[in-house]
Design a protein around this ligand. Structure first.
Ligand code: AN0
Ligand code: CP
Length: 315
């Protein structure tokens, strides 16, 4: 596997989740596999879980890790091919990615969308240029459209906590004050669907997601109807895809609480974190016995370790 940027980069989602859970049971079984190999973690945006869990995953495999917050510490990068660089950008991504490729055996990149130019964001221009110019295996640490390590950890968590073979999984939109990417929702949807689970997505009108990631999901605009008999409720805010990057007025009533969850099948509550408490999700649910948020965060280590292991074995 040279790239891990979407569920479509892997041979079999169900198999990968099984492998990841096996690795979790025996995390030090490959502690020399990464000897003398260097992982580069390149961050254009902030992170807590992704940075620390991927670093720990690499250390469990005996790799070296180098980290750069390129968004705040690096030279301002140029992305347009053939441009005359007489503006504010100092270095072309062609050169930066090629140099990073010389220092690393595997490169992992976090590059959020701008949320101002849909076409540019959804073309994944940063990630694709890293693939093209670094010539090294690339892992997405959340790109402009997808967050595959988060989704792998999420599906692992569902496998661990499901009580029936085919649980009812609901993805619900939640309020926020800032425009957030559609990324986590896109990614969770494509992984759930690829894992052959049914998915119900509920959101206010105007927050429809890009069709490419949700084919096969059911859309239900009434949150309570969607939640009926749910086994897992995945909570996430995202900004509008069609009115690109906008936060639409209202919808504060979409905040979930214990009362609204009464119609579910004592559903487990999921969120990728970071979460704004009592804006996106209430304290009572986050701190309640059905919350899986810390289990999801823990599984990020083994999701990353599984992907790194496969890359070390196949490159
Ligand atoms: C990011 C998002 O919603 O995509 C990262 C989530 C893992 N969240 C924020 O920017 C708050
Ligand atoms: N869930 C997640 O990716 O968290 P960070 O943004 O803190 O890495």
């Amino acid at each position: 596997m040279k790239y891990f940027t979407t569920v479509n980069d892997i041979y079999d989602a169900t198999r990968l989740v099984k492998d990841a859970l096996e690795l979790k049971a025996n995390p030090y079984s490959n502690s020399s596999l990464g000897k003398n190999k260097t992982l580069g973690l390149i961050f254009f945006n902030s992170s807590l879980r992704t940075r620390l869990s991927t670093q720990k995953a690499a250390l469990n495999l005996g790799m070296h890790v180098i980290v750069m917050n390129i968004g705040t510490e690096g030279w301002a990068l140029e992305y347009e091919d053939g441009s005359i660089m007489n503006g504010s950008s100092v270095e072309h991504i062609k050169d930066a990615a090629a140099v990073i490729g010389l220092y690393c055996d595997i490169i992992a990149v976090r590059c959020f969308p701008t949320l101002t130019n849909k076409q540019e964001d959804y073309s994944e221009k940063v990630l694709l240029q890293f693939m093209k110019y670094s010539k090294k295996p690339i892992i997405s640490l959340e790109s402009a459209t997808l967050h595959p390590l988060q989704s792998l950890a999420d599906i692992m968590t569902i496998e661990e906590y499901k009580k029936v073979e085919n649980p009812k999984i609901v993805l619900t939109w939640a309020p926020h004050i800032k425009p957030l990417p559609q990324v986590v929702a896109n990614s969770f949807s494509e992984w759930v669907l690829k894992s052959n689970y049914e998915l119900i997505i509920t959101h206010p009108k105007g927050y429809e997601l890009c069709e490419d990631y949700i084919k096969g999901a059911k859309i239900e605009y009434d949150q309570q109807t969607a939640l009926a008999n749910a086994d897992f409720v995945y909570v996430k805010n995202w900004s509008s895809y069609y009115d690109y990057g906008k936060v639409l007025d209202g919808n504060q009533e979409w905040l979930l609480n214990n009362q609204k969850m009464l119609v579910t099948n004592s559903a487990k509550v999921m969120h990728c974190l970071p979460v704004r408490r009592n804006l996106e999700l209430s304290d009572e649910l986050l701190d309640g016995e059905n919350s899986l948020v810390l289990h999801q965060a823990e599984n990020r280590i083994y999701a990353a370790q599984t992907v790194l292991k496969i890359m070390l074995e196949t490159n």
